[in-house]
Design a binder for this molecule. Structure first.
Ligand SMILES: Nc1ncnc2c1ncn2[C@@H]1O[C@H](COP(=O)(O)OP(=O)(O)O)[C@@H](O)[C@H]1O
Ligand SMILES: [Mg+2]
Length: 328
């Protein structure tokens, strides 16, 4: 079992994702993998699409909403600020309306409509997704590591069907919005002719984004998706369910990483509190089950560390635990 080998043998897999329930180690593995790749001279962006992002915590640096921040040579981290993106989107709509209808100022009626539309929860997801697409389409990095939200959302980002649906509804909504803006504007301005070109261009741009993003996210050649799990019964069941869901959506899976394994050496030392000894025994049972179920797809076992992983020295230690001395 070797995680490094998966990277070595699949150099085209440049979109890297770790999926699994909250708290299992996705952000930690994302950061450590980014570190491992950056140390070998690859230009890496690790970015978070989680509103409760914790890249700032793990890198011990406030990066929220600041774009891509250089952490060390070749390693960049970004936490997406969805609210900022929504504000930018509102400004774009305002500008379009001003340009289209030749107003000097957005009429109050339209302004309140823009405000109301932005308060919808779908807007935040859409804003985040938009920014992810922008980042990926720009193509400035060798590797993109997505620090994902818990599993259900990962599927949302991954399965072509849902990505497509999301965009289709966005197109429909855009058309409806345009129609409503048009009606409102027609009442308020004499220049009421809708500029078809503008809408068409927008739709073509959206279509380009659909095909680019969905082809990247579901492409077996370009994407590596790893499941993170811990040796516990409930997590094992969840992981099996998720894996079958992935198969159903035909989302490519690169393998499994088992986290928080209590090292045997620790237990052999003796003088170990019984709760720890019992946990170790329980883990043994599930580690065996995991091997039986996933076999060669179990790529690494990462041990429980003495404390939380934060700051570059701990991240380096984690990278070592995941990849050993191996290189690309
Ligand atoms: N092997 C490990 N040993 C010790 N602490 C760990 C280990 N893996 C993860 N942690 C800690 O567990 C917490 C949750 O990890 P995190 O990567 O944020 O999970 P997720 O992103 O999946 O929610 C963090 O505080 C992290 O430092
Ligand atoms: Mg996380």
């Amino acid at each position: 079992m070797s995680l490094a080998k998966v990277f070595r043998e699949n150099p085209n897999r440049r979109y890297i994702m770790f999926g699994g329930k909250g708290g299992l180690g996705k952000t930690t593995f994302s950061a450590a993998t980014a570190y491992w790749l950056a140390k070998q001279g690859k230009r890496v962006l690790v970015f978070s699409v989680d509103p409760q992002a914790s890249l700032s915590d793990i890198f011990k640096q406030d990066i929220f909403g600041k774009g891509a921040v250089e952490i060390m040579p070749n390693l960049y981290a970004q936490e997406i600020d969805a609210d900022q993106h929504i504000r930018e989107y509102q400004d774009q709509i305002r500008k379009k309306i001003l340009d289209m209808y030749g107003f000097d100022k957005i009429p109050d009626e339209i302004e309140s409509y823009i405000q109301a539309a932005s308060a919808e929860p779908a807007m935040e997801e859409s804003a985040i997704f938009d920014q992810v697409v922008d980042i990926v389409v720009a193509g400035e990095y060798d590797y993109y590591i997505y620090d994902l939200v818990p599993l259900g959302h990962a599927l949302y980002y991954l399965s072509m069907a849902s990505v497509y649906d999301q965009w289709i509804s966005k197109i429909t909504k855009l058309r409806e919005e345009m129609r409503e803006y048009e009606q409102m504007a027609a009442r308020l301005s004499r220049k009421s002719e809708l500029q078809e070109d503008e809408i068409l261009r927008e739709l073509q741009d959206i279509r380009y984004r659909i095909s680019t993003s969905s082809s990247i996210l579901t492409d077996r050649e370009k994407t590596a998706f790893f499941f993170v799990l811990v040796p516990e019964e409930m997590i094992l069941i969840d992981t099996q369910n998720a894996a079958s869901l992935f198969r159903k959506y035909d989302v490519p899976l690169s393998g499994y990483i088992v986290n928080r394994v209590i090292p045997d050496e620790l237990i052999e030392k003796g003088n170990i509190p019984s709760y720890l000894r019992n946990r170790h025994t329980m883990q043994k049972k599930y580690l065996q089950k995991i091997d039986e179920l996933f076999g060669q797809d179990v790529l690494a076992r990462v041990e429980e560390m003495e404390r939380d992983i934060a700051g570059l020295p701990m991240i380096e230690k984690m990278a070592q635990a995941m990849f050993g001395e191996e290189t690309l």
